[in-house]
Unconditional design. Structure first.
Length: 82
């Protein structure tokens, strides 16, 4: 079975760890990466090509909102729930 590959981006380590734990409990999902800010999220998305990105919108440096906009420019098929 192919698992949905997910990148988790949040500046709070405890939140990231909790989301990763919840995601990895699901038999059809797996976390392929984590990011602590928007710049790291964009870089990891470029490298890992996850199917889903769970993004905190308010992060230091590049915000999750701006990172999402950047991902939409980079990947034409990218869909957001914004």
């Amino acid at each position: 079975m192919n698992k949905v590959q997910i990148l988790v981006a949040d500046d709070h380590q405890t939140v990231r760890e909790g989301l990763v734990m919840l995601i990895n409990r699901e038999p059809d999902m797996e976390t392929v990466g984590e990011a602590a800010d928007g710049l790291e999220a964009v870089a990891k998305a470029r490298a890992l090509h996850p199917q889903v990105v769970v993004m905190d919108l308010s992060m230091p440096g590049m915000s999750g909102l701006n990172a999402t906009r950047k991902l939409k420019q980079m990947f034409r098929a990218f869909k957001s729930l914004l």
